[in-house]
Each structure stands twice: as structure tokens, then as C-alpha cells.
Design a protein around this ligand. Sequence first.
Ligand SMILES: [Fe+2]
Length: 394
Amino acid sequence: MNAINPLAQPDAPDLLECLSIQHARLNAALETTPKHQWRNQYHPDLSPMGWHYTHCHFIEAIWLQERILGNAPRARRDWHDLYFPELSPKWRRGGRLPPAEDLLDWGQACQHRHLDLLRQMPDVRRHPLLANDYLTGFLAQHHAMHLESLEQVRWFARLQRPATLDTRVPNPQPQRPNEWIDFPGGETWIGSEAITAFDNERGTHRVHLGPHAVCAQPVTNAEMLAFIEAGGYQPGPHWDPEATAWLQETGIAAPLGWRCLPDGTRVQTLPDGTRPLDPQAPVVGLSWYEASAYARWRGARLPHEHEWERARQAGALHDTGEVWEWCGNTFHPYPGFRPYPYEEYSSPWFDGQHYVLRGGSAWSDPLLKRPSMRNFFTPDKRHVFAGLRLARDL
Ligand SMILES: [Fe+2]
């Protein structure tokens, strides 16, 4: 058995540059949104755009100004109640936001101050949290995840409007055969020691996998359409009892964003517009319940996240990073898990209620698309740009 861990010495990107890029993306996201929309809440699971923007800068201020420099809070105390998620119910966030102009002014002032601090202050550079730019990378990824949430907000804002076809038609994806990739079973390395790895990815370790196969491609829109046309959204043995209850309560009958024009044409609304359904594109807008029902209907199952990670490392998976891919297992700590940089980053979600997603979506920053990255949501969530890839035992 090869005992050398191939994941231990990854290359690190320029994390200060990554943070600066996220700042620019945050500014662009807000500046291209009409101001009257900044405080709208379009869905109970999603905060207003203005909140995401200011929360990102507030979190920077907490880490850099309070925790590292030890300054009296520069962010006003009443902002703690608004921008710490645990102190601020989502439905109240829009009404409590300051005027739109103040948000951009404060955010951009924070960006300049914080980048200067990170570039120039030796005391800051020597802080343990900044060894190898750890905190810089943590903040860049934090913002990247909120930027993806901003795309989710845009998606729901579009879905509130009637479906009209955009004139712009995307290039259809090329048709490719979806092949099964067999793995005879054996041991594999899981996890990462990269400086950008979150606490829940750390502690590379070996796991044993039984013989199995995973599909080279994610499930496509055409495949999902066949499921719909075969009555797949009707209760049946492919929906487990909890999923059946969810299906009957919600009345859901198609992926999020699938709509019909008045003439009956089926179209898909995404954050940037409404277009004809691309049959070869990976399906997106599924809850874990729908993804697992589809897999079972096909006589397959969702991959375990370890199977997914091994296949991704081996280069066997095509079209990763197009949709987050639901896995069959719940979010759990790796052996020797230690919370970092704070207790609540991952630990509260090891509750058996959150399922793992892998790969990243077309709306995710490349920073988040590493093979070891773990995302996690409860099985009812459909707004997280998720689809699936099939797996089966051999
Ligand atoms: Fe956050």
C-alpha cells in the first residue's frame, strides 16, 4: 500500500489577489442591481442583496480590526445585531439595512483599509491566523460563497416575473455519451491539507471503498424531462416516506426554474435570463429529495462523497463545476476533526440533517471548485444550484 499522501503539498494561489477579486465582484454585483432591489427578500431562505454585501465587509472588520488588531469595534455595535447571522432573523434584514449609498461607501472603505492592513502591517502579518495567508483565503472564500448566494437572489427575482424568452439563445452543449466509470474498490485518500481547505476538509485520511461505478456526466435536462414525462414526480417506490411527505406538501413537479410559455413551450429561467431548455445541459434546481428519487427511479443511487472525490481526483468525472452534485451521505466530521477558525464554522451542521454536495456550480468561484470542497444543505433546499450524478454498486 502506498503510504505517501499525494494531497499533502498542494500549490497555494495568491490569496490576497483572490480577496481583491472578490471585493470587485461584490461591488459589481451591487452596482448592477437597481437600488430598490437591494433590500428585497425574494425567498425565505435568502437574505437581501444589500445584506450579503455588507455582511461580507462586516465579517472582515470583525476578524481584522477586532480579533487581530484588538481595536475597539470600528463596526458599530448595532451592526452586530444586523450582520451576525445568528443575531438577525432573515426576514428582518431588509427593513433594517441602512440607505443604499451608505452600504457601497462603507463597503469600499472597508476594502481599501483591509487590503492595506493585509499588505503592509507587520503586526498583522505575524498573527497566527495569517500564517500562509490563511485568513485572507478564508475571507475570499467566505465572500465567494455569498456571491453565489447573490446569484440565487437574482434567480428568485427573475422567477417572480412572467416567463418571456430572452432573445439570446445559449450555445447548446455538445451531446456526449454518458458512460459508467467502474472502480473495483480499494483504498483512497480523502481530504486536503491545502491552506484554503476548511476545517471540515482537513485531516487527509484513507478510506476503503467497495466496488462501484459512477457516471462520467451529471444527469441532463433531457434525462430529467423523461422522468417528468414518465410520471416520476408522482409518489411511488422511488420516493422514500420523508420525501413523499415533502412532495405532497409542496406539490413540486419539475426542477426549480422550469416553466412553460403561454404556447406550452418548456423553458428554463436561470439568474441571467430565460432560455429554451438545453437537453444536454446538467439539470439544476433539485432538492436532495428529488435527486435521490430520480436516482432510485433509474435503478441507481447518489454517490457517497468519498466515491465522488476519488473519481474526481482520478480525472474520471466530466462537467464538474457546472452544478453542485448531491451526495448520498450526510455531512460528518473527518477523523481527528478540529474546529477552525471558530467553533461554529462546521460543527453545528454535523447534525445528520445536512447532506453533502460536491463540485461547485457554474455560479461558484473557481476557488470553491477543488476536489475536496464540501458543501452541505438540508434535503429540501432547491435554490443551491444543485443537480446530481448517478452511482451504483458493482
Ligand atoms: Fe457569512
